[in-house]
Design a protein around this ligand. Structure first.
Ligand SMILES: [Zn+2]
Ligand SMILES: [Zn+2]
Length: 170
């Protein structure tokens, strides 16, 4: 996998270059990235911000496939834990362990199959199988992202670079 770059852009409204953030082809659907931030100890404030990056239909497909693998793994682990608990209460420690081990093995197998399918759907231009953009969070109007596609990272920084000079802060 290619190395991701950490970038920072500033602005209340960001400009997104109309390219797929994964492969650079013309985009169609959208890719939503988000970050949450919690503040305070006694009174906890939680805020979430989302940004929508352009993405093409082909890349949306391989990202969905990858995501489905993670969902399948979680489903197997949760179901396995529930069944193992019931078996354990019924008095079978060895049986409960066997159920848990089987659920873990099946879950990881399902995830591997989904990840292989995702990899098969990728084009040579694709930056990664999973989301090519991660939103790391914000500080005031400064937003930090990890971007796997170097071309998109450069275009994104350029598109948002001159805002500070043209629009003075209120
Ligand atoms: Zn794409
Ligand atoms: Zn892609």
């Amino acid at each position: 996998m290619k190395r991701v770059v950490r970038i920072e852009v500033s602005g209340a409204v960001l400009t997104f270059p109309r390219l797929c953030a994964c492969c650079g082809r013309p985009p169609d659907p959208e890719l939503v990235v988000w970050a949450s931030r919690t503040r305070g100890v006694k009174l906890v404030h939680s805020r979430t911000k989302t940004w929508t990056f352009p993405c093409c239909a082909e890349c949306a497909r391989h990202m969905n496939e990858w995501y489905d693998g993670s969902v399948a793994l979680r489903a197997f682990l949760v179901a396995g834990a529930c069944i193992a608990f019931v078996v354990l209460v019924a008095g079978g420690i060895a049986e409960a362990l066997a159920v848990a081990a089987a659920a873990i093995a099946l879950g990881y197998a399902a995830r591997t199959i989904a990840r292989r399918r995702a990899a098969a759907l990728m084009s040579p231009q694709c930056a990664c199988a999973w989301s090519p953009v991660q939103y790391l969070g914000w500080n005031g109007t400064l937003h930090a992202f990890f971007i796997a596609q170097h071309g998109y990272a450069t275009a994104f920084v350029d598109a948002n670079a001159h805002r500070d000079e043209s629009t003075p802060a209120p």
